[in-house]
Ligand binder design. Structure first.
Ligand SMILES: C[S@@+](CC[C@H](N)C(=O)[O-])C[C@H]1O[C@@H](n2cnc3c(N)ncnc32)[C@H](O)[C@@H]1O
Length: 218
């Protein structure tokens, strides 16, 4: 999709969040993964990897071919490779990408993932889309896999549970920003239905009002 006002790809300047948080939100992704056992042989699926805000920190640390990003805005990935990875790092680590918008990791088969991450994705994704991510975790995760998803918990006065069916915010289909909330109660139920359990991570810093939710198999 092209922006009719300047003929550039939609959201060409988008960095995945507020520019002032770019480094902090990126580094926090690596730090949280390290807390949950990331090692060089880990296999990481980054749902909605954008322009590699997190990938630029994760890719150098893990073995070649083990970072897989799902991102429907192809130009975001191209920007990430051009601006946030050196050509040498890209050639050495060979990150893999797919551009489907169904959160479907089967494009990376037969890889089974030890780690899944979704940073600033559940703050825009509908419950149906979160369900798609959870289904992918069940289908393509190792037995002891972990899924770290940042999200905006519902709040009493401002922050109602989102029940719409569509993505809210910038994407391959929209140049409009937007943020949504999901209740931990619903998340736990959606996880339990799939043999997963979810808990709010308490020890990590909260960047941009988004704590982490930690999801594992039961
Ligand atoms: C707020 S940005 C966060 C990007 C990245 N995780 C980061 O930390 O910078 C949300 C990203 O999700 C992507 N996205 C939107 N719809 C998607 C879908 N259906 N499947 C996968 N990614 C999607 C957007 O294109 C955008 O790059």
């Amino acid at each position: 999709m092209t922006d009719p006002t300047n003929d550039k790809p939609i959201n060409a300047a988008f960095l995945g969040g507020p520019p002032q948080d770019f480094d902090r939100a990126g580094r926090e992704q690596l730090a949280a993964l390290l807390d949950y056992g990331l090692v060089p042989t880990s296999t990481v699926c980054d749902f909605g990897c954008g322009c590699l805000r997190g990938g630029k920190w994760i890719i150098p640390l893990i073995d070649a071919g083990n970072y897989c990003g799902l991102e429907p805005m192809e130009h975001m990935v191209e920007k990430g490779i051009a601006e946030f990875l050196t050509p040498e790092m890209n050639a050495l680590k060979h990150p893999r990408f797919d551009h489907n918008d169904r959160f479907d990791c089967s494009a990376f088969a037969p890889t089974r993932f030890t780690h899944f991450i979704a940073r600033s994705i559940w703050s825009h994704a509908s419950k149906r889309q979160i369900g798609q991510m959870l289904d992918s975790v069940v289908a393509h995760g190792t037995d002891d896999c972990v899924f770290l998803a940042s999200w905006r918990p519902t709040r009493l006065l401002a922050g109602r549970d989102y029940w719409g069916d569509e993505w809210v915010g910038k994407s391959h289909e929209s140049a409009e920003g937007g943020l949504i909330y999901h209740s931990l109660k619903w998340i736990r139920r959606a996880c339990a239905e799939r043999g997963l359990r979810a808990q709010r991570m308490r020890h990590r810093v909260v960047v941009n009002d988004q704590p982490w939710c930690l999801i594992r198999r039961r």
